[in-house]
Design a protein around this ligand. Structure first.
Ligand code: AMP
Ligand code: MG
Length: 339
């Protein structure tokens, strides 16, 4: 069940060399289950598979550093020392805390890296889920406040006991950027990094054309897409309630939680996709826009330079942010562009 939901999260990658004869333009591809999701790396024009193993090693290293459940990680130690004292953390963690604060401010506190206690309470990640009582919700919500993250040089602290940071909305984007950097450093000029639907492209296709990325249909089975985006050298990240959820009394409770209500965000959006140069922006922003809803989200996306966003509402209308400058075609006629 959990993996079904996870697989639904994957953006299908299509038409990237498929159908061509086996030749030097065929990618080398490898997949692994990391970061609690399916990671697939493909590189073109580079004959060494060990490079992909090294890249998986890099991902594992960042996972160890940032995963909340990994004893010894920065996130774990921040949680253990919440309300007690500062913890020396990596520059990656400081960067992510600061970046998270930026999106908290932009969204009036809807994006909140201290969402940890609510994430634990709802217990969506292990696939079973828990429908909380009012008392449980009240006490978890009281522990969520991005303004209670303190940073002093290379040290950070969560101000109150019981607080917990959760980089689930931003870490995959950050790590995807690092993997891109790593592979470019090794001479890769064309490739696809897919961290469970958090997709980053290195250059374009070997023939010079754009990669064609299929957007998962938010209302359909794994791998069915509702449109195709043509892009090179960019990041494309999607947030949606179908990625992780559990069912309770016939209703779906998903993993993107509104800290103001304590409940999964329920604002008429079923998917937000962000196309941007770097993936840490795309990851943080897609979650932020999803939480903000159509109207405020469209405004923020339009106001953010270098960003194109695609919003899908429950009535299957598709909205493109102002200044949208990416090739995008809807392929499933159930969906239509809003006027
Ligand atoms: P994404 O799939 O990138 O949209 O991120 C969703 C993940 O971010 C969840 O699984 C949680 O780990 C975390 N999260 C949930 N709600 C919030 C929130 N309001 N602010 C920041 N992170 C959140
Ligand atoms: Mg995100």
């Amino acid at each position: 069940m959990k993996y079904m939901a996870l697989l639904c999260a994957l953006i299908a990658i299509i038409a990237c060399g498929c159908g061509e004869k086996q030749n030097q333009n065929e990618p080398i591809t490898a997949s692994d289950f990391q970061l609690d999701t399916v990671v697939t790396l493909s590189i073109y024009g580079q004959g060494d598979k060990s490079l992909l193993n090294d890249a998986f090693g890099e991902i594992g290293r960042y996972d160890k550093l940032l995963s909340r459940t990994n004893p010894g990680s920065d996130t774990y130690r921040l949680e253990q020392n919440a309300g007690e004292g500062f913890v020396a953390v990596s520059s990656d963690t400081i960067f992510l805390l600061k970046e998270s604060e930026k999106y908290s401010r932009l969204s009036g506190g809807l994006f909140d890296v201290t969402i940890g206690p609510l994430v634990s309470l709802w217990n969506i990640h292990d696939g079973t889920g828990h429908y909380p009582t009012e008392e449980e919700l009240d006490s978890a919500m009281a522990l969520v406040n991005y303004e209670d993250v303190l940073i002093d040089g290379d040290n950070a602290m969560l101000k109150r006991k019981g607080m917990a940071a959760d980089f689930g909305a931003i870490a995959k984007g950050y790590i995807a950027d690092r993997v891109k950097e790593f592979l470019i450093g090794k001479g890769v000029k064309s490739g696809i990094i897919n961290l469970g639907g958090n997709v980053v492209l290195i250059g374009g296709k070997p023939d010079g054309g754009d990669f064609h990325i299929g957007l998962q249909d938010p209302d359909a089975a794994t791998g069915e897409y509702m449109g195709i985006v043509g892009i090179s050298d960019k990041s494309i990240v999607t947030s949606g309630p179908y990625e992780r959820f559990f069912m309770y009394e016939g209703k779906r409770y998903h993993h993107i939680i509104d800290p103001k209500t304590g409940f999964p965000s329920d604002n008429g959006l079923i998917q937000v996709t962000v196309i941007s140069d770097d993936s840490v922006t795309g990851d943080a922003l897609s979650t932020t826009l999803f939480l903000m809803g159509l109207e405020d989200g469209m405004k923020l996306a339009g106001d953010t330079p270098g960003v194109s966003a695609i919003f899908v509402t429950t009535d299957k209308k598709v909205y493109l942010s102002s200044g949208f400058d990416t090739t995008f075609n809807i392929t499933n006629p159930e969906y239509s562009l809003a006027p």
